[in-house]
Design a protein around this ligand. Structure first.
Ligand code: GDP
Length: 190
């Protein structure tokens, strides 16, 4: 089975669960359960523009202390980097980039996985004006969406399907190991 994995990551309250649910509503079709795959709220098969992938919401339980939150987010990022093919890094555009967002961005710059920076909570055109401020995260121009209202969600799904690999992470890496095409290794990451 080689359906690529798309993970949604970000600090608590940026809208990960809302985006997850929104993407599931928007997708063209739910794919039936496949053998060996447990379907639950945070892990769902998706089809869009004739391409299939698994969408994973890495959110969930949020610890109380700042330290614990940072630890949890860091762990989330490591899981996404090792297990997914495409990472949707969600930032709350209403509050802008926080210290923890900068830390996540720094880590993501060292992965060879495709990262799409998503500015969430851009609920109307007026709020688009601030989106460029997130360029300082160094992950390119963000895709501005509103998970709550559905604004630009189709565009985000188009971006995701454009960058989806034909095969899932493990197979891609085996292929790269064989051909030696990829100059960068996960070893560079700490
Ligand atoms: P998570 O902790 O990252 O999973 O964040 P949630 O999905 O639980 O959302 C946190 C809060 O942000 C909730 O109150 C949502 O209703 C709100 N929220 C999520 N997306 C949007 C959005 O696009 N616009 C606005 N205005 N609020 C949003």
């Amino acid at each position: 089975m080689s359906r690529p994995i798309v993970a949604i990551i970000g600090r608590p309250n940026v809208g990960k669960s809302t985006l997850f649910n929104r993407l599931l509503k928007k997708r063209a079709a739910i794919v039936d359960d496949e053998p060996g795959v447990t379907r639950d709220r945070n892990y769902a098969p998706c089809d869009w523009s004739g391409k299939s992938f698994y969408l994973v919401d890495t959110g969930g339980f949020v610890p109380a202390s700042k330290n614990q939150i940072e630890k949890m987010v860091r762990a989330q990022v490591e899981v996404a980097v090792s297990e997914s093919d495409v990472i949707l890094f969600l930032v709350d555009n209403k509050v802008g980039a926080q210290e923890i967002d900068l830390q996540i961005a720094k880590r993501l710059k060292r992965t060879k996985k495709t990262v799409i920076l998503v500015a969430n909570k851009v609920d109307n055109e007026k709020e688009e004006t601030d989106v460029h401020l997130l360029n300082r995260l160094g992950l390119g121009t963000p895709v501005a969406v509103s998970a709550e209202t559905g604004r630009n969600i189709g565009e985000l799904l188009d971006r995701v399907t454009e960058v989806l690999p034909e095969t899932a992470a493990e197979e891609v890496e085996e292929e790269q190991a064989k051909t030696g095409r990829n100059g960068k290794t996960e070893k560079e990451e700490t």
